[in-house]
Design a protein around this ligand. Structure first.
Ligand code: FES
Length: 696
């Protein structure tokens, strides 16, 4: 139908309000209590307009269009109504805007500047209402509230949580929770919709939640931002909640080709950044990923992006997570990819640095098989000394992703005795089925997860008494709580805050001399400072010592590429080394990090190599149609108190005798239940931001 606004004829949809029709046609009408995602209530009266034939101004947001209707936005009567409405709103709002966190983005500020209205006629003093910072994640600054009710409508109608409402208090009417309960007690789901729709700075993310160096969406969805590969965590958690593990895995696979591997061993920085940490424990993201990946049916394969052959050849040296990821995405871009791997199998650190009881071979084999199925050639037992050779052999580009497979031997007296091993070799030999000999008593030196990998592997190889000693105290130790606890259950003896003085013995290891550490810290030059407790020396009798104090790349010195910090390959921002056409990625560049960091580095290098070869560098893919999630999340009493689902393990006595997987996978029901704990922080980003007057 057609209507006339300010003398201009416009098309309007049947059933639309005058406000909607006008804004749709690009004609601005001031408005405040109406939000694009919320029903109109006609409360603020800022949208007052005059309709021909109607005596008094009407709210445009509550007036339905009729064919031929003629509307005037600015008349003496409508301007007067609007101005008075704005003056009344401003009367109880703080006069000073500059201290407000929403300064410059406040709809109210924008509107009264547009209208040129001052509150002087009405203002007596601002309301003496205290702010409420007692809730996790949400701060409520009542003095800035203009009682437009958008937060209440978002909570009740849009989300169905039904926690917020108007409350009558001795200080007047304000937004709050019935019965004086806290948001948690009332069952708030902390989805943040109220924050998103608030036109002023009245409801805000708790101070400190918004990080200055982050985009808005990254601040709002910190789990996704924290994942080095930026897997869309809330999106796949939502599919798991709905029981659709196939779709969940497709979402994960859009970013990483190793969902099940990661579900077993990811260091899950997403969980460290989960907003649920503000209440108790984060969502069990890693174990949900494992459950989803095990329930996958592979239907994503039909959606994989495959571009026409480019005729370009890429060589990848090293079939670890970085190299395999890069190869996978480069192959899909149409390049011909060959991987050169010095070991007998692909997998790199996942295969040779992580024990099978944490990551079984069959999982790796399956996921590597899917990668190679993209037409990638894998040449195992094939060591490349110098990547330049491959350029000379006709490859257009080479990626070096050889990882850090050389263990570090500390310069300690006795480190050359028989029975001394280093982590990398010890773990690799065990995984290859040719374990180094372990005797009865073992000492691992180091306090990270790799120390626990060595200790728990030694137990499974037949050691009877296994010790771990590290400089760090229990609060500083880098091994995860889970590793420490699982190791303790298996009988591993942990000596925290101990320095290693020497390995005792004449030909063979006989013991390790330890001394208690009083203080261990890094000074301003990042030098380790260790203060020992005098007279606390003791010798622990052991037959083997395993160093687990770090590892570094092997063989990079012979590559004729510029190195940095010793054996690490130097790259520029485009992952390219000092030699044109030779790129590097993963631990060999950054030092030992996580598998997910290596995957992220593999993706980045694939983008850069594709650009180098003349492509557009776009490796993104959609393995699933984008669906708009249901904004109605409903109510759930005690939502914030729902406990994290614990992961079942094989009993310690049974598991420590073999290399079978230790962790049991969450059942479908348990996974769905755990996923339902997610706050769905991303949902609020689907709300439409109202356009300010200067955007029309
Ligand atoms: Fe129409 Fe508030 S926007 S009355």
């Amino acid at each position: 139908m057609k209507i006339i606004i300010e003398g201009k004829e416009i098309e309007a949809k049947e059933g639309a309000s005058v406000l909607e029709a006008s804004l749709e046609a690009g004609i601005y009408i001031p408005h405040l209590c109406k939000h694009p995602d919320l029903e109109a209530v006609g409360g603020c009266r800022l949208c007052s307009v005059e309709v021909d034939g109607v005596e008094n101004p009407v709210p445009a947001c509550k007036t339905t269009v009729q064919d031929g209707m003629s509307i005037k936005i600015s008349t003496e009567k409508s301007d007067k109504t609007r101005k008075m409405a704005m003056e009344l709103i401003l009367a109880t709002h703080p006069a000073e805007c500059t201290g407000c966190p929403k300064y410059g983005k406040c709809e109210l500020q924008s509107l009264y500047q547009y209208m040129g209205v001052s509150a002087e006629r009405w203002r007596k003093k601002s309301r003496p209402v205290p702010n409420d910072s007692s809730n996790p994640l949400i701060d409520h600054l009542f003095t800035r509230c203009i009682r437009c009710g958008r937060c209440i409508r978002a909570c009740r109608e849009l989300r169905g949580v039904r926690v917020l409402d108007y409350q009558r208090t001795k200080d007047g009417i304000r937004v709050g929770v019935d019965g004086g309960l806290s948001l948690e007690e009332a069952g708030c789901k902390f989805c943040g919709a109220c924050i998103e729709v608030c036109p002023t700075g009245s409801i805000m993310d708790s101070l400190g939640m918004k990080k200055e160096d982050m985009s808005y969406s990254d601040s709002v969805v910190p789990c996704r931002a924290a994942c080095p590969a930026h897997t869309d965590v809330p999106r796949y958690i939502r599919y798991i909640k709905e029981g659709d593990f196939v779709k969940a895995t497709a979402v994960i696979r859009e970013k990483v080709p190793f969902p099940e591997t990661l579900g077993n061993i990811c260091n899950h920085v997403c969980e460290d950044n989960c907003k649920r940490n503000e209440f108790e424990n984060p969502i069990s993201v890693c174990k949900l990923k494992k459950a989803a990946a095990e329930g996958d049916d592979g239907s994503w394969k039909s959606k994989v992006r495959r571009e026409a052959a480019t005729g370009k050849k890429v060589a990848v040296i090293g079939a670890g997570p970085a190299g395999l990821t890069a190869a996978y995405f480069l192959a899909k871009k149409g390049h011909s990819v060959t991987i050169f791997e010095e070991n007998e199998k692909a997998g790199g650190q996942c295969r040779y640095g992580i024990p099978a009881y944490r990551l079984p071979d069959d999982v790796l084999d399956r996921e590597i098989g899917d990668i190679l199925a993209e037409g990638i050639e894998l040449l195992t037992n094939n060591k490349v000394e110098n990547p330049k050779e491959l350029l000379n052999k006709g490859y257009d580009s080479v990626l070096v992703s050889v990882g850090t497979h050389k263990g570090t031997l500390l310069p300690l007296e006795g480190n050359d005795l028989q029975g001394v091993y280093v982590n990398a070799e010890f773990l690799k030999k065990a995984r290859q089925g040719q374990p180094l000999e372990v005797k009865e008593k073992i000492m691992i030196l180091g306090g990270g997860n790799v120390a626990y990998d060595c200790a728990r592997t030694a137990l499974r190889l037949g050691a009877k008494e296994v010790h771990i000693a590290c400089l760090e105290n229990i609060d500083q130790i880098t091994a995860t709580k889970e590793e420490i606890e699982e190791g303790r259950e298996e009988g591993i003896i942990l000596h925290v805050a101990h320095s290693f003085l020497r390995i005792a013995g004449s030909e063979k290891v006989e013991g390790v001399e330890l001394q208690k550490v009083d203080k261990f810290y890094f000074d301003s030059d990042r030098k380790a400072v260790i203060e020992l407790v005098e007279g606390s020396n003791e010798i622990i009798p052991v037959d083997n010592v395993i160093f687990a104090v770090g590892q570094k790349p092997a063989g990079t010195e012979a590559m004729e590429i510029e190195l940095t910090h010793g054996p690490y390959i130097k790259t520029n921002e485009s992952s390219e080394t000092s030699v044109r056409g030779i790129f590097a990625a993963g631990d060999v560049v950054t030092g030992t990090k996580s598998v997910i960091s290596a995957i992220a580095a593999g993706r980045k290098s694939a983008e850069e190599i594709d650009k180098y070869l003349g492509g557009n560098g776009d490796i993104s893919e959609n393995l699933l149609e984008k669906e708009t999630p249901d904004p109605y999340i409903g109510s759930c009493s005690g939502f914030s108190k729902i406990e994290r689902t614990s992961i079942e393990l094989v009993e310690a006595d049974k598991r420590k005798c073999n290399f079978d997987i230790v962790e049991k996978t969450l059942s479908k029901e348990k996974a769905m239940c755990e996923a339902s704990r997610c706050l769905q922080c991303d949902l609020r980003l689907n709300l439409k931001a109202p356009k300010m007057w200067n955007e029309y």
